[in-house]
Write a protein that binds this ligand. Structure first.
Ligand code: FAD
Ligand code: DLZ
Ligand code: SF4
Length: 511
């Protein structure tokens, strides 16, 4: 009895649920399809990374004696869609059954459910057990809660996984060491140099394909040196744990011009596509702490991001879809300006972050949250446009993780489902955590008039603009009390200058 096992580009794990009971005679189907490359116009580097990883994974399976039917993008008969390629493969192999692992996006789950109707063979959709928390477990936890708070979910995950536990309680007596993780980068602290991975023949073919077919997509392909095979990914994980993890916690929120990675892991792309299992990343981090090689603030912080935030946002996505993508509680409608695609702006913090993502398809969390995200929130950009941008530009972006981070975390578009207040901040935060302001035409200290940092104007404009919607939030009491105490003329000036700034943003729709 032969089974066709359809593996998607973000399911590149030998332990995948759909591959668990693989038998002789079974065929693994993998395909590069145009629809997936253009449902948003992904960064060139994301497509290259994923295709290179897919092709290496197929080779890896073949080396282990598995029959892989791999359809390349330039195959003349390629229909361009998952559904079309699965139908062709069913015709080619006449399997008794099709087995898939559930996807990371709601739209693809709809396709999979249609396959059950459209194909003449049974289609089994298995849970994705690479995640620690099943959908049922998340539902059980969230049931009856009006607000979902990551911290409480995280503690449950700690207890269930046993990470950093001592009996029933957390090691070193605390669940969370975040207060030690907010240092700006001190002078003289140099981030470690990353290992690079040379481009082999398989990856070179992919780079040529992407340069030829996706030349008009955002981003650059130059100096591609990211891990693309399981062996390289494991090597990279070990490097991170040894060399960067020890300082990961302390400098987690810091930003420095020209140092995009600092002590961050750069593992999200590898974890999300399946080359690294989230549990093995946490196992190694915990082992480093137990061996005395990494401090608790680093290891707890890292494990919290993975079994806390990562699992939590996935739970939120599947609980809230469909419909979550249309959330817009702050009624934000402004178009995303062109400079999000070109980086051509005088706001140096934005300029640096956009130039970095253009080159590498990566920004670290605080850049995504407190620079780019904060700006999108303050300006009131349309949440659909912001979602599209975030899904397009990052190599680790899939809807299940991008959407809650954008809708819930940065834009407060869901009205506070999991953020107790909007992450809005003036220039002070960016100035404290980075060296961007020193090289900027604006000054973080100037509040209005010549040289005033737009974040300062936009912050109070945002607060005033959303008074009806946010004033009832107890965590905004101090902010609104300050606004009330502010001189009416000053508020008027701020709002006038903010309006001039916003009117000056060019959104041609050409990108
Ligand atoms: P590290 O700082 O080293 O963190 C370790 C790991 O923790 C990451 O690799 C990631 O797997 C996980 N993690 C950390 N924070 C989060 C989070 N908020 N949500 C989920 N996982 C988290 N992450 C994505 O993987 N894909 C996305 O599309 C994505 N979009 C984002 C959009 C916005 C607006 C924001 C604020 C965050 C987004 N994140 C996304 C989360 C986070 O910024 C990235 O996971 C992280 O920057 C990746 O870099 P790293 O691997 O060096 O992470
Ligand atoms: C992101 C992506 C791209 C660009 N291309 C492919 C592809 O050609 N084939 C494939 O199997 N997967 C691709 N992916 C990843 C899918 O978009 C992803 O599997 C779905 O969004 C579900 O998470
Ligand atoms: Fe950004 Fe304002 Fe600082 Fe310039 S002064 S880098 S715009 S925060």
């Amino acid at each position: 009895m032969a089974t066709l096992r359809f593996v998607l580009g973000d399911q590149l794990s030998r332990e995948l649920s759909s591959l668990k009971d693989l038998e002789e005679g079974d065929v693994v189907l993998m395909c590069e399809v145009a629809d997936e490359t253009r449902y948003v116009r992904h960064h060139k580097r994301k497509i290259a990374f994923l295709f290179a990883a897919m092709r290496h994974f197929a080779e890896d399976l073949r080396d282990r004696g598995v029959t892989v039917d791999y359809v390349t993008l330039d195959d003349g008969d390629n229909t361009g869609s998952f559904s079309g390629e699965l139908k062709r493969a069913v015709a080619r192999h006449s399997p008794d059954a099709v087995v898939v692992t559930e996807p990371g996006e709601w739209r693809v789950l709809q396709m999979m459910e249609d396959w059950r109707e459209e194909l003449d063979v049974p289609v089994e959709i298995r849970p994705d057990d690479r995640f620690v928390c099943s959908h049922e477990r998340f539902e059980a936890w969230a049931e009856g809660l009006k607000e979902l708070r990551m911290e409480f979910f995280y503690r449950e995950m700690r207890k269930e996984t046993g990470y950093l536990m001592e009996g029933d309680g957390p090691v070193e007596g605390k669940w969370n060491f975040d207060h030690s993780n907010r240092e700006p980068l001190k002078q003289g602290i140099t981030p470690p140099e990353r290992p690079t991975y040379s481009v082999d023949e398989i990856t070179q073919e992919v780079l040529d394909l992407v340069a030829g077919r996706f030349g008009n997509h955002f981003g650059k392909l130059d100096d591609f040196d990211y891990p693309v095979s399981r062996r390289q990914a494991l090597h990279y994980l070990n490097w991170f744990v040894d060399e960067a993890l020890p300082k990961f916690g302390t400098y987690q929120d810091a930003m420095r011009e020209g140092a995009p990675l600092l002590f961050h892991s750069h593992l999200s792309g590898l974890i999300n596509c399946g080359l690294i299992d989230p549990r093995e990343a946490c196992d190694r981090a915990e082992a480093a702490w137990r061996a005395g090689d990494a401090p608790i603030n680093a290891v707890e912080g890292f494990i919290r991001q993975i079994i806390g935030w990562r699992e939590f946002v996935r739970g939120v996505y599947w609980r809230e879809m469909p419909g979550y993508e249309r959330s817009n509680k702050l009624l934000a409608q402004r178009k995303l300006p062109d400079f999000f695609w070109t980086g051509e702006t005088e706001l140096n913090c934005l300029h640096q972050c956009i130039r970095e993502v253009e080159a590498s398809a990566y920004n670290h969390h605080i850049q995504r949250l407190m620079v780019l995200g904060n700006f999108c929130l303050l300006c009131g950009f349309d949440p659909r446009e912001v979602q599209e941008w975030y899904l397009t530009v990052y190599h680790d972006a899939y809807e299940w993780v991008e959407m809650p981070n954008v809708v819930g975390m940065i834009l407060y578009a869901d009205g506070g489902l999991f953020a107790s207040k909007p992450y809005a901040a003036s220039a002070n935060y960016i100035d404290k955590m980075s060296d961007y302001c020193g090289n900027c035409r604006y000054s973080p200290k100037v509040k209005t008039g010549e040289g005033a940092c737009p974040f300062n104007l936009l912050y109070w404009d945002f607060v005033a603009r959303n008074e009806d919607r946010l004033k009832g939030n107890p965590r905004m009491n101090r902010t609104y009390a300050t606004l009330e105490r502010m001189d009416a003329g000053k508020v008027e000036t701020i709002r006038k200058e903010a309006a001039e700034f916003l009117d000056g943003l060019v959104a041609s729709g050409d990108y």
